[in-house]
Design a protein around this ligand. Structure first.
Ligand SMILES: [Zn+2]
Length: 212
């Protein structure tokens, strides 16, 4: 199986101050809920013991040009932590899927799935929150639930994944549903919306439906 948590893009990282605590309040509230459902976490029995799940929110101007879009995202390998604070979030200030480069600063390196988050922000200005979780239950029932699924040949965090997200938005109702399953990334699910509550509730609904 592919290894979880390995950064596959060219990261230009500068150590720096954390974002103000209020920037992550809503996001962190949902991080706690998702962690309690084991949709984010770290488990010695799963993924060779690597942490899983990462969450972000857009910051700055909604209509910022490509290359100037920014978001705050949970730091790499923070899944084991029960509670996060602003020292566990990185500030992504630029990203480019074509050159596979991410520019970030903060007290911690950004999640290895930062590029996937960035590509989703590029697809729709209304999207303000992206949540990536791992759920065997949702993943196994995605097709039965009508959730769009990315191609199994596409690995997470790669330029191919960025192109695959574009395809999903063009060819499926992923945008309207606010969720898709990552066919090539075991148990990987991505939800997105214009608010943390909407994205988080979409995941909880999919989780509930997976158990019917
Ligand atoms: Zn993942």
């Amino acid at each position: 199986m592919e290894q979880e948590g390995v950064i596959k893009f060219d990261l230009r990282f500068t150590a720096g101050a954390p974002v103000p605590g209020d920037v992550i309040t809503e996001l962190n509230k949902w991080r706690n809920i998702l962690w309690q459902h084991a949709l984010i976490g770290q488990d010695p029995c799963r993924y060779d013991g690597y942490g899983f799940g990462n969450i972000s929110r857009r910051i700055g101007a909604q209509d910022a040009a490509i290359g100037r879009r920014a978001f705050v995202i949970s730091g790499t390998q923070t899944g084991h932590l029960k509670q996060l604070d602003n020292h566990h979030y990185a500030h992504v200030t630029a990203y480019n899927a074509d050159s596979n480069q991410v520019v970030a600063d903060g007290p911690i390196r950004p999640s290895s799935e930062s590029m996937t988050h960035g590509v989703i922000y590029d697809l729709d200005q209304e999207i303000k929150i992206v949540l990536h979780v791992h759920s065997p239950d949702i993943w196994r029932t995605a097709i039965a639930q009508g959730i769009p699924v990315s191609r199994a040949s596409v690995e997470y965090g790669t330029p191919e994944m960025s192109r695959e997200v574009l395809r999903l938005f063009a060819e499926t109702d992923a945008r309207e549903q606010g969720i898709f399953s990552m066919g090539g990334h075991e148990d990987g699910i991505v939800a997105f919306a214009n608010s943390a509550d909407a994205a988080g509730n979409r995941l909880l609904t999919a989780l509930a439906c997976s158990k019917r």
